[in-house]
Design a binder for this molecule. Sequence first.
Ligand SMILES: Nc1ncnc2c1ncn2[C@@H]1O[C@H](COP(=O)(O)OP(=O)(O)O)[C@@H](O)[C@H]1O
Ligand SMILES: [Mg+2]
Length: 232
Amino acid sequence: MTTRLLPTCVNCAAIVAKATRVERGKFITVEGIEGVGKSTNIGFIREAIEARGLRVSTTREPGGTPMAEEIRGLLLDHGDEPVPNIVELLLMFAARALHVNNVIKPALDEGIWVICDRFTDTSRAYQGAGRGFPLSDINRLADWVHGDLQPDLTVLLDAPVETGIGRAGQRGEPDRIEKEKADFFARARECYLSLAAAEPERFAVVDANREKAAVRATIDAVINGILDEVLD
Ligand SMILES: Nc1ncnc2c1ncn2[C@@H]1O[C@H](COP(=O)(O)OP(=O)(O)O)[C@@H](O)[C@H]1O
Ligand SMILES: [Mg+2]
């Protein structure tokens, strides 16, 4: 009787690895000028994802790690020392480098969905259109700091500047950037809308100039659309 040799399963390890490999989480960013409802709607996005049984983590920029939160403190309240625009831009990206490497990528790798309150589009809108840095400079920094990580979805909450400022005004003392004049936010809003027009597959533009429940209904539809695609 001949002994039948079982074929050695050279691919076994790869097959097992594939079966147990966690699906990378999705990276969702939420953008818009002050007071449009980013923090409010991040809560709704989180609930919509959790309702489908997925793990989700929320974070914010600038900040999201202990050291990046310290940079946030410097950026938003630095005492009397002037902050040159270039310092604001570089500190934003320094904080982002910490956040991307220490928090966002590790979570996504573990299969956790990450919802981030502001990301690089904020630098485009605020340091770019607001402060006057060319978009090409900001995109160069973005490539350098997170060339291999782009949001899967960016929810842009859009509302007139007066709406945002009016809502934010109810929150208490404004920080250094919130103290900017209306035309700064008007430039930022226009920039956001042109970024969204240039990348319609990444952006969902949501009319935030409506009651909370109506905004939430749109948000739920957008997020459930993505969840349906992923979970199908
Ligand atoms: N659609 C809405 N209509 C009215 N008020 C809103 C709406 N969305 C949020 N708010 C309120 O406006 C204020 C600013 O909202 P917030 O979520 O903190 O904005 P952001 O994080 O974009 O600065 C909060 O008091 C919030 O409860
Ligand atoms: Mg907020």
